[in-house]
Ligand binder design. Structure first.
Ligand code: AP5
Ligand code: MG
Length: 228
């Protein structure tokens, strides 16, 4: 911990990790458990693409190629959503560059807010490939499934809202490897930055999904209710 007073009414969790580490799956579970929104930049950008907005048209090829979208676009998207989430949020996939981390720090401190914890999910490259290749994503609510590890009750249909399950365009092996390279080259530095600030907590992402969730919730619990 960095000594910042913990605000139990504004729990801000940052989930980090390579593609397929389980950020989205865990963010969704934490969002339900703590009743605070999941702010996933990947989901926001894919929604812009689906709606063919100006942003969507600008970023669709970048996403398809597994590259990072320009900092200013994601910073603008997250800034609006953070302002709407005054009672806490789970940040899923943001920040991913040092510039984004700086922008987040500035937007939070301007509102007298602070990150509660950064959770770093660790999984091996082989797990990343297996998880992303077998993933299916709901077209309407973005929930992730896996053909082998978390199959839907009915093939190709979301359990929650009956939306169609599709394979993301960046979930083919060459693009997954590209996203892994981007993670190593751009996002790992952000992790180190948070470790240096004393905000980051390491979690083994390569365990059962419920065990990962238990570990994360234990960490959050220890921060919110420290035993003296
Ligand atoms: P984004 O959508 O964030 O993709 P990502 O970071 O590559 O991460 P994923 O969504 O692939 O994986 P995840 O960690 O959420 O895993 P999940 O829970 O789904 O970003 C996509 C693109 O948008 C980027 O490449 C970039 O272009 C752009 N972008 C987004 N944010 C940006 C930013 N801040 N700056 C610039 N550009 C940005 O799980 C994966 C699979 O594994 C699922 O099938 C799931 O069911 C399964 N699974 C999960 N946990 C477990 C478990 N414990 N055991 C077994 N299976 C599991
Ligand atoms: Mg995700």
């Amino acid at each position: 911990m960095n000594g910042t007073a913990v605000n139990k009414k504004d729990v801000l969790i940052v989930l980090m990790g390579p593609p397929g580490a389980g950020k989205g799956s865990q963010a969704r579970m934490l969002s339900e458990a703590y009743d605070i929104p999941q702010l996933a930049t990947g989901d926001m950008l894919r929604e812009e693409c689906q709606k063919q907005t100006e942003i969507g048209i600008t970023v669709s090829e970048t996403i398809k190629q597994g590259q990072l979208v320009a900092d200013e676009i994601v910073i603008d998207l997250i800034s609006v959503r953070l302002d709407q989430s005054q009672n806490g949020a789970i940040l899923d996939g943001f920040p991913r560059t040092v510039e984004q981390a700086e922008a987040l720090k500035n937007m939070l401190s301007a509102k007298d807010r602070a990150i509660t914890a950064v959770i770093s999910l660790h999984v091996s490259d082989d797990v990343v490939i297996e998880r992303n290749s077998g993933r299916r994503t709901c077209m309407t609510c973005s929930k992730s499934y896996h053909m082998k590890f978390c199959p839907p009750q009915k093939a190709d249909i979301c359990d929650d809202d009956h939306g169609e399950l599709i394979q993301r365009e960046d979930d083919i092996e060459s693009k997954i490897r590209q996203r892994l390279d981007v993670y190593v080259n751009s996002t790992k530095a952000v992790m180190e930055h948070y470790h240096n600030e004393g905000l980051a907590w390491d979690v083994t992402g390569d365990q059962d999904i419920l065990e990962v969730n238990r570990d994360i919730r234990n960490i959050i619990g220890s921060i919110l209710n420290p035993t003296n």
